[in-house]
Design a protein around this ligand. Structure first.
Ligand code: HEC
Length: 87
């Protein structure tokens, strides 16, 4: 769904434009063109996500992230390490 946000709309249009170019180059079996269009396409993914991170609120709360302990053969795991981790 398009947000009422001109930048988001821009990225959405750009994404579609690059996707059409990629499809057209694919049909023409133009590998160089398709590679170039693909790079432009995934650049749009990253740019739009950067924009959304700055202006949209996606997650209600910051996630409680922590490193997942890797079991080793050295010593026993502590109770802290055995606790299930919410992902
Ligand atoms: C026009 C803006 C825009 C473009 C372009 C875009 N995204 Fe996103 N993407 C979003 C937004 C906004 C969300 C968060 C949606 C939500 O949480 O409701 C999202 C979410 C995601 C997610 C998380 C999905 C999930 O279920 O949590 C992935 C993965 C993703 N995008 C990958 C991509 C990839 C790969 C591309 C390019 C091929 C891309 N996006 C292009 C805006 C965009």
């Amino acid at each position: 769904m398009a947000k009422e946000d001109p930048s988001y709309e821009h990225f959405r249009r750009e994404f579609r434009r690059q996707a059409r170019k990629l499809a057209a180059f694919g049909e023409q079996q133009n590998l160089e063109g398709a590679s170039y269009a693909y790079l432009a396409l995934i650049t749009t993914c990253v740019e739009c996500h950067s924009h959304c991170r700055d202006v949209l609120r996606i997650a209600a709360e910051p996630p409680n992230l922590k490193a997942v302990p890797i079991p080793t053969t050295e010593g026993r795991l502590s109770d802290e390490d055995r606790r299930p981790i919410r992902r």
